[in-house]
Design a binder for this molecule. Structure first.
Ligand SMILES: NC(=O)c1ccc[n+]([C@@H]2O[C@H](COP(=O)([O-])OP(=O)(O)OC[C@H]3O[C@@H](n4cnc5c(N)ncnc54)[C@H](OP(=O)(O)O)[C@@H]3O)[C@@H](O)[C@H]2O)c1
Length: 233
């Protein structure tokens, strides 16, 4: 993908989203991102001025996503690449021990949040018949482990949701469920504890992932993909 493409990334305050945003801006892409943390969004806005754009919002809130998408489409235009990265994981626990509110939160962010973003940004991409939608899946979207059943549920859903979406898009577009591999982020520390430190940093991951993401196109539509060169177990 040439420089100066318009890239939208959810969940840019830390972890993989932040590493992608930093690597992509460094490469000359124009990045718009969101996260709930106002402080992180303010920091990103100070470091990466317009035409980059960072907003504080919760992807679970369809009204907030609608307002954000309206502003983005008017100031920035339809994205060439949309990366639905924002997600949460349940605290390690057997399924019957996970409180109802926590199950709802994982489902609301990881599934309904992704659909909210798709609902408000993808019609403009379809009108242009152009653009790639990448929905972050997981190894736990293709296999399972104990104590992360709610998270596994949502990532298996992302695989199905994305492949069905791929069948709805016009020929010039693509939707891809992407397993990023295993990376040392806050999310990984929640489930792996101290052993998370033996996995690559988000910055190391982004060196592999960003060229891979920027190389995706209509040929990849509907294919469950994995970022190459990153541990998957
Ligand atoms: N790390 C791994 O090894 C790994 C493996 C497989 C899959 N993944 C997937 O990769 C993606 C990134 O994970 P990560 O490890 O980077 O996680 P992370 O470090 O926990 O970061 C998650 C990001 O999502 C944002 N976010 C969470 N809820 C949100 C909401 N309701 N609205 C807007 N933003 C929200 C967070 O920002 P705020 O808290 O500021 O909102 C944060 O920026 C996720 O989809 C995850 O499932 C990660």
């Amino acid at each position: 993908m040439p420089a100066n493409q318009r890239i939208v990334i959810t969940g840019v305050s830390r972890g993989l989203g932040r590493a992608m945003a930093e690597a992509m801006t460094a490469q000359g892409q124009t990045v718009a991102g969101c996260a709930r943390s106002r402080q992180s969004v303010t920091d990103l806005s100070a470091r990466f001025a317009s035409p980059h754009a960072f907003s504080a919002l919760d992807v679970c809130d369809d009204g907030q996503v609608a307002d954000w998408a309206r502003r983005l489409l008017s100031d920035f235009g339809p994205p060439d690449l949309l990366v639905n990265n924002a997600a949460v994981i349940n605290q390690n626990a057997r399924l019957w021990e996970v409180p109802a509110g926590e199950v709802s939160q994982v489902v609301d962010v990881n599934i309904k949040g992704v659909v909210n973003v798709i609902r408000h940004l993808v019609p403009a991409m379809v009108d242009r018949n152009r653009g790639v939608i990448v929905n972050l899946s997981s190894g736990w979207g293709r296999s399972t482990s104990p104590e992360v059943a709610p998270y596994c549920t949502t990532k298996w859903a992302i695989e199905g949701l994305t492949r069905a979406l791929a069948q709805e898009l016009p020929n010039g577009m693509a939707a891809v469920p992407l397993n990023p591999g295993i990376i040392d982020t806050d999310m990984l520390r929640s489930s792996f504890g101290e052993s998370a430190r033996s996995y690559p940093s988000p910055e190391t991951w982004a060196k592999r992932a960003v060229p891979f993401l920027l190389g995706l196109g209509p040929k990849d539509n509907g294919k469950p993909l994995t970022v190459p060169g990153i541990p998957t177990e």
